[in-house]
Design a protein around this ligand. Structure first.
Ligand code: MF3
Ligand code: CO
Ligand code: CO
Length: 265
């Protein structure tokens, strides 16, 4: 305990453990990426994620997490997040976010990407680009000792340029031996985030969810998980696990096959 707050700064060996978890999560994303095509069932993606994870001796963090029934989240079109893989078959024109979280030797890697399925509308492409650009704008805006709100400020600027809205109910989070821990990383600036600082050794996610229409979200009453835009508009998201080091932010979940900074969709 440090001034009544839990110490969240990781030491050298803990950082290496988080790097390994992030690296594996990226490798898992690269493994499934070629299968995210028209005609695949979201449950089939989940099955591949599950099998690859356990074949490598690791654990899917979402399976059984607060009762979540699957090994990843698949969020299609107007689904903002926490979509449950099932019988839905991806079709040309869809956008789908695949959110993966692995536990590697007790440490969590957490990342997500939105995929365009075949040819999509200009709007679908733009909201995907906006979510991607806002993630990288946030990474580029932070440095050791910066304010957590520097993340929200950067994302607000990008979303504003596109004319899209930012979801508020779901936020980035500290990540380590727990899936979700301190600090809270809102994708918009607020009072607490203007005061909290990102010290070297802090590991957290940035995962902006961007809506074409209004920012409001509704959780499915039947499954208790699927979060959709209230107005039915499209939503896109990207997520990386980031370690703040003495030299600046390090993206732990970036993978060789994934879209790199500056990518155009
Ligand atoms: N991976 C999500 C995140 O980025 C959380 C999913 S929790 C689940 O924080 F239970 F919905 F899977
Ligand atoms: Co996360
Ligand atoms: Co995630």
């Amino acid at each position: 305990m440090l001034h009544g707050q839990r110490r969240i700064q990781l030491g050298r060996l803990e950082r290496e453990a988080m790097r390994a978890a992030g690296r594996f999560n990226g490798q898992l994303m690269d493994y499934v990426r070629p299968f995210i095509r028209p005609g695949i069932k979201t449950a089939e993606i989940d099955q591949m994620v599950h099998q690859y994870t356990i074949d490598h001796g690791h654990k899917p963090a979402t399976l059984g997490y607060q009762g979540f029934p699957k090994s990843c989240c698949t969020s299609v079109n107007d689904v903002i997040c926490h979509g449950i893989p099932g019988d839905y078959v991806l079709k040309e024109g869809d956008i789908v976010n695949l959110d993966l979280t692995s536990i590697v030797d007790g440490w969590h890697g957490d990342s997500s990407e939105t995929f365009l399925i075949g040819q999509v509308t200009d709007e679908a492409r733009a909201v995907t680009q906006c979510a991607f650009d806002s993630l990288y704008a946030a990474v580029d805006a932070i440095h050791p000792g910066c304010r957590v709100s520097d993340i929200g400020d950067a994302i607000v600027a990008v979303a504003g340029r596109f004319g899209f809205s930012i979801v508020r109910e779901f936020v980035g989070h500290g990540v380590g031996q727990s899936f979700h821990q301190e600090p809270t990383i809102p994708h918009f600036p607020n009072r607490p985030s203007r005061h909290e600082r990102l010290l070297p050794g802090t590991c957290f996610t940035i995962e902006p969810m961007i809506n074409v229409g209004a920012r409001y979200a509704v959780t499915d009453r039947l499954d208790g998980w699927t979060v959709r835009t209230k107005d039915g508009s499209l939503s896109a998201q990207f997520e990386h696990t980031v370690l703040m080091t003495e030299d600046g932010p390090e993206c732990l979940t970036h993978s060789p096959g994934g879209p790199a900074r500056g990518h155009r969709f």
